[in-house]
Design a protein around this ligand. Structure first.
Ligand code: ZN
Length: 48
């Protein structure tokens, strides 16, 4: 199961919000988390 790198929640791939980052497909629980990641990927990339 994919994990949201911002808040650490395990996600259902079908319901999560996808985002491409350096050829990796990431998933987020909500648009808020996705925006946080896009703003500061360096802060969260250790969780990928
Ligand atoms: Zn989240």
């Amino acid at each position: 199961m994919p994990v949201d790198p911002v808040c650490g929640i395990e996600l259902d791939e079908d319901l999560a919000l996808p985002h491409e980052y350096k050829d990796k497909k990431l998933y987020f629980c909500c648009d808020g988390c996705r925006k946080l990641f896009i703003k500061k990927p360096g802060k969260f990339k250790k969780n990928i």
